[in-house]
Design a protein around this ligand. Structure first.
Ligand SMILES: NC(=O)c1ccc[n+]([C@@H]2O[C@H](COP(=O)([O-])OP(=O)(O)OC[C@H]3O[C@@H](n4cnc5c(N)ncnc54)[C@H](OP(=O)(O)O)[C@@H]3O)[C@@H](O)[C@H]2O)c1
Length: 327
């Protein structure tokens, strides 16, 4: 079979398409013939050697994917022919072989049926919805009627957080640097969309929030955005730190944390146990069905164009970047 692998960490150009042995199943795994994989910034960090607990090279990245079961072990709850998606958050594409391949052995605990009416492209993008759910519901304890600020709102996690928060009854203030994407965020249901780079950002967010100040922040960017979130969030508010695209470190004013009684909580989708991820996914699928919505796809690339797909991810697309693993 063919798989993308890197032999030493470094630039994304280190990923090469190779002919490799078809994987042997271990107990508890199902062999999935992948139809699609979806990219996440974490895949890039992994190739660059910046991801904790990554598998030893030569290694195939890819944390998101959907396809068809072709082989199962004893006592499996799946059978050959079942259409499945991988619940991003397990070890696949971290220390177990990932989804940028024609076949992947996936621990069954992390597989779910492709939801009714979903394409493989849509079902390949679970990691961002599970991340957004963990930030909003598990860590953020979101209540209907709250105002949520989402930084980096046009990205994979941001658009999933926007959809889920709105479906759960929240009002959303979204940040993006792009005017075109801000218009699309409003069309997707944000109450306000504000330029991340605005020199008057804090004032604009406060004005947009009005009499219901921001009580929860889904913080995808880090660096100066974490500092701004501390100034914006209301007393007793929570900031859930998800990403670090704009900076690995931040300076926060400790007096504000104390005075406003703010919580800042780091969160990782990797902290889901498989059964928790399955339960969260069931609830997420119900919300997508009730609202006639699907994870937005920015572009689908052929299997041979994984390098181009990573370049597209870096360009700040709106929605998921998907790779078709099977013709
Ligand atoms: N903690 C976890 O478990 C977990 C899980 C998944 C992802 N993450 C992390 O969360 C972050 C977001 O992931 P994602 O999949 O949503 O990424 P993404 O799809 O690449 O989108 C992030 C968006 O943020 C904006 N952005 C990027 N760099 C920026 C910068 N320097 N300054 C201001 N805005 C910037 C861009 O939007 P505009 O161009 O519209 O401004 C971009 O589209 C990443 O750091 C990722 O590694 C964490």
């Amino acid at each position: 079979m063919r798989a993308w692998r890197f032999h030493e960490p470094g630039n994304i150009a280190n990923l090469v398409l190779e002919e490799v042995e078809k994987p042997q199943l271990k107990p508890g795994e199902a062999l999935v013939q992948l139809e699609c994989a979806a990219l996440n910034p974490a895949d890039r960090y992994l190739v660059q050697g910046q991801y904790p607990r990554a598998g030893a090279p030569p290694f195939t990245p890819g944390r998101d994917g959907a396809g068809v079961v072709v082989e199962v072990g004893l006592d499996s709850r799946f059978k050959p022919g079942d259409k499945v998606c991988l619940l991003g958050g397990g070890l696949t594409g971290v220390s177990l072989p990932g989804t940028l391949a024609e076949y992947a052995p996936i621990p069954e605990a992390w597989l779910a049926p492709v939801p009714d009416g979903w394409t493989f492209e849509q079902a390949a993008a679970t990691l961002t919805s599970l991340t957004a759910w963990r930030a909003l519901v598990v860590c953020g304890k979101l209540q209907s009627g709250e105002t949520v600020l989402i930084t980096g709102a046009s990205g994979g996690v941001g658009t999933a957080a926007l959809f889920l928060a709105k479906a759960l009854g929240a009002r959303i203030v979204a940040l993006s640097r792009s005017e075109e994407k801000r218009e699309r965020l409003i069309a997707m249901g944000a109450a306000a969309a504000i330029d991340s780079g605005s020199p008057t950002l804090e004032k604009e967010v406060r004005a947009a929030a009005g009499d219901r100040p921001v009580s929860l922040v889904v913080e995808n960017l880090g660096g100066p955005y974490l500092e701004k979130a501390v100034r914006i969030v209301a007393p007793e508010g929570k900031i859930i730190v998800v990403g670090l695209l704009a900076g690995l470190t931040a300076t926060v004013t400790i007096g504000l944390l104390i005075h406003k009684n703010i919580q800042i909580e780091g969160m990782s989708v990797n902290n889901f146990k498989a059964e928790e991820a399955q339960e969260a996914w069931k609830q997420i699928v119900v919300l997508y069905a009730e609202n006639h919505h699907r994870p937005p796809i920015s572009k689908v690339f052929p299997f041979e164009q994984v390098q181009e797909a990573f370049a597209h991810l870096l360009s700040g697309p709106m929605g998921k970047v998907v790779v078709r693993c099977k013709e």
